[in-house]
Write a protein that binds this ligand. Structure first.
Ligand code: ARG
Length: 581
């Protein structure tokens, strides 16, 4: 049940009666922000009234006259300066909530499935994943789960940085230190590789011969020379294995087979260059191939282009992204491509899209969306680093979270068996860390803070997980629920019951909004609100102690739907529930 959509359609029908002009796209239905404004608010009347040259009150009155919400709304009110507030009828809400109880998939309206490519996580290899990767990884994964749940064909694309200068440098460094043998035949930790890389970078920055050598290795790799490819493959394998461990620990659905990194597009690149040349889209400057872009100018105000091939023949990050768009559109037949990448790459992406578009790689109906991720900053306002000046490793963060969760659990429950403590601490700590990212608006930068990252109170995952365990424990008291329970309808009597039921019915519209905008923080706020509403329902509407079986079963059913939605909601965020806490 999507109430928002349902009301919107009703208003569209009313508008069709009122006017011949197409104004329905100007109307919006939103959940009301305050109780006095009812449950839903219709916005956009002022704009429409101007367009129709009709006083806004008159328009509102006409809409109310034709909207036909008999038995659906209890009251419809006009609010100044030009809103209509809808107060839903508790009878109608009861009816809807009873329907949902029996529906599979929580009564979601079927959708037209689309092929959606989601580009997320995408770390650069030869380095351990750090906290900066958390946002794209957990938010992208939640959206992948949500779109799959809705029935879309989701293609997860982990566009890892497994190509380019850093590999040239690394190979040059490994050669210089006579270690290729070690690399090919022994197990090497990713942390060692990362150390190699840091050392290599130092030399690269001061030693032109080393830099030249590194670049020549990049070329050899791009040309596919076997020996270099072999070393490179080892470096990639070690990194991927390590990242995969982090994904499993974080309950991220990315599999090894979802890795479609930069190297994957290497073979397409010569074809892309010649195609762009043939289409007359390129120029050359100092031997480099460039695609000029009209809308961009450099500091001097001169038109500016994107280099797609360097003088020495090497390709660039942009070239790969152009090929990648072509692949996603032409081979994967994507209807929608969503990128979870940080804000600093906005220009890079827009340019790659523009070039791909000029080349005719993007079908007209394909939606391209950069779902910008803001940055995690330090107190100095720069990208967050630890005191030693390095990025904080994800593993370090997760270890610390685990330890804090263990202490908290042991404090509350000193007699719990160690194995249980560990399992619980794992689930709770991962939930807390993920939720702290998921619950923030992804666009805004924020300052890293250990306490808020590992918070267990207020609008946090543990709070919602706890609400779930409370409901599970109510059900433990009812070992066997008879068929009378099934047949017993939900009767909404108290304010708490009505508020809870409305919130339950709003799950679908929340999910649809999140799926459209890629904003899981809206789902977080919803689940938190639902937990709070459940809590006040449970305090004011006794279930176990009430004698009347009809009321008991009605409330039990509400509790059951709440548990289903909380569990599903957390699952869509990639957060597990627990039986006890
Ligand atoms: N590896 C890149 C980085 O760490 C992110 C890749 C994002 N995806 C893309 N198609 N460019 O900055």
């Amino acid at each position: 049940m999507n109430i928002q959509n349902f009301l919107l359609k009703k208003i569209h029908q009313a508008l069709l009666i009122i006017t011949n002009e197409s104004v329905s796209n100007l109307i919006q239905v939103q959940q009301s922000t305050k109780k006095i404004f009812g449950n839903y608010q219709i916005n956009g009347l002022i704009t429409i009234s101007k367009k129709l040259n009709l006083p806004v009150e008159e328009l509102a009155k006409k809409i109310i006259k034709f909207i036909n919400l008999n038995n659906i709304a209890q009251t419809i009110k006009i609010e100044k300066p030009g809103f209509i507030n809808i107060f839903l009828d508790p009878q109608w809400i009861s009816h809807q909530i009873n329907n949902i109880f029996f529906m599979s998939n929580l009564g979601f309206t079927p959708i037209i499935p689309k092929t959606v490519v989601i580009d997320y996580s995408s770390p650069n290899l030869a380095k351990e994943m750090h906290v900066g990767h958390l946002r794209s990884t957990v938010i992208g994964d939640s959206i992948a789960r949500i779109l799959s749940f809705l029935g879309h064909n989701v293609i997860r694309a982990n566009h890892i940085g497994d190509w380019g200068t850093q590999f040239g440098m690394l190979i040059a460094y490994i050669e210089k230190n006579k270690q290729p043998e070690l690399l090919l035949h022994k197990t090497i930790q990713l942390s060692t590789l990362e150390h190699f890389y840091q050392e290599a970078k130092k030399i690269y920055d001061i030693d032109p011969t080393f830099a030249e050598l590194s670049r020549s290795y990049v070329l050899k790799l791009q040309k596919g020379e076997k020996y270099y490819r072999q070393i490179w493959q080892r470096l990639v394998d070690i990194s991927i294995l390590n990242n995969q461990k982090i994904y499993t620990r974080l309950n991220i659905t990315l599999k090894k087979s979802d890795t479609i990194g930069e190297s994957f597009y290497n073979d397409m690149l010569p074809g892309i260059i010649s195609d762009l040349k043939n289409k007359g889209l390129t120029t050359t400057s100092n031997g480099a191939t460039i695609v000029p872009i009209e809308n961009y100018h450099n500091k001097q105000g001169d038109p500016f282009g994107v280099i797609i091939q360097k003088k020495d023949g090497a390709y660039l990050y942009s070239t790969t992204d152009i090929a990648c768009i072509k692949y996603r559109c032409k081979i994967l037949h994507a209807d929608r491509i969503i990128y979870y990448i940080d804000s600093r790459q906005k220009q890079h992406l827009t340019q790659a899209w523009e070039i791909a578009n000029k080349a005719g790689y993007i079908g007209q109906s394909v939606l391209l969306e950069h779902h910008i991720c803001g940055m995690m900053l330090g107190t100095d306002g720069k990208p967050f680093k630890t005191r030693s000046g390095n990025a904080l490793k994800l593993k370090t963060l997760l270890d610390e979270a685990l330890e804090r969760a263990r202490c908290l659990i042991l404090n509350k429950n000193p007699n719990l068996k160690l194995a249980k403590v560990n399992k619980l601490a794992h689930i709770i700590s991962i939930g807390a860390v993920k939720y702290s990212e998921l619950s923030k608006n992804r666009i805004t930068d924020y300052i890293f803070n250990w306490n808020s990252m590992l918070n267990f109170e207020g609008n946090t995952a543990p709070y919602i997980q706890y609400a779930c365990t409370r409901i599970f424990s109510i059900f433990k008291r009812f070992k066997q629920l008879d068929s009378q329970f099934e047949r017993n309808t939900i009767q909404l009597e108290t304010t708490e019951e009505i508020l809870l039921a409305i919130c339950l019915l709003q799950f679908e519209e929340i999910i649809i909004t999140v799926a459209n905008q890629g904003t899981p923080h809206i789902l977080c706020s919803y689940l938190y609100k639902l937990s709070v509403l459940f809590s006040s329902f449970y305090e004011n509407c006794p279930i176990v102690k009430v004698n009347n079986t009809h009321i008991k079963y009605s409330r039990l059913k509400l509790a059951l739907i709440t548990a289903r939605i909380l569990k599903k909601g957390l699952n869509l965020l990639g957060i597990k529930t627990v039986r006890y806490m």
